[in-house]
Design a protein. Sequence first.
Length: 399
Amino acid sequence: MKHPPEDILEKYARLLVDFALNSGEGIKKGEVVLLQVPESAKPLLIHLRRAVLKSGGHFITQYLPDNIDRDFYELAQDHQLEFFPEKYLLARVDQIDHSIGIISDVNPKELEGIDPKKIMKRDLAHKPYMDSRRKKENEGRYTWTLAMYATQEKADEAGLSLEEYWDQIIKACYLDHENPITKWKEITSEVERIKEQLNNLEIEKLHVKGENADLWVKLGPNRKWMGGSGRNIPSFELFISPDWKGTNGKIKFNQPLYRYGSIIKDVELEFKEGIVVNSKASQNENVLKEMIATKNADKIGEFSLTDSRMSRITKFMAETLFDENTGGEFGNTHLALGATYHDAFPGDIAKVTKEQWEDMGYNDSVVHTDIVSTEDRTVTAYLRDGTKKIIYQNGMFTL
């Protein structure tokens, strides 16, 4: 099965356009949607355009050719790596109301062997673009979502047939249901229930304990748990932006990390007073260390838990979007190094100054890298009233 049936692609597109965007409400008439779609996912692009038109919106297409990134990094000089087309990209941010990004990787290791300093330099140059998008999002004027389109190469990387890989995507997104949007609204309702329980606990810090984890994560005040917003399809996780200054301890991740065109295996991190003081990997450790050396990428930006009862993802997918939402026997724990989500602030985001974000421990970085563990672990919440409560055990929330 190179591509799923047309009716599945139609459901997929409508789910992204009419549910995932605008925080579960779908787009409104006259809104502009940026469609960022690789060449290998063209069949889905056709249906995305149709879905936008049927819902009364406008689309701008960014069609991304396959297998051209390595050529750029091999040839680019420093001034080309640092080039930022300010007028074009910032005007695009101003124009759009939403964006849909499709991950469709025909060469998961395309950038393996490329000097990671080059990749970081390019990312840093484009930080103003990400800052502009974040500002517009914080003002409530922009939403986004990410989704995946299967390729044979990605299926091979995960050790699955292409049909098995598509089966995971279809089940994870509930595209085998007559009306996936109805099902996602049910999931969102359950996420909201758990989220409310977590926020009512007034948690000061978390202790993550398992065979390969002994980690303390300070949440701090002026935070709320998030999830179920439509950002990322599928997304079953509940996550928060911690106060990076209060992270201490060690954790090892059993899931490979695909980042910067490389695979990084067996990541181990040790934190002391919020900073990564030791990092290891059994493969491409140099890429991991170069990423961590990027400004503020040595600090935590997100802590997340996924309940095994919600997610239908049972296989390793070699893609963070799915692996950070895996269910299986023990669900998953993941954290992100780098940038936080400002959405975790419970007040008016637009009124918070840069200095206030820093004081509250909301980390700012060009990097946001999720690293995943599916091992069994217990998460205990230490509350502001001095009591403690187990909130996650055996892969499930206990609330």
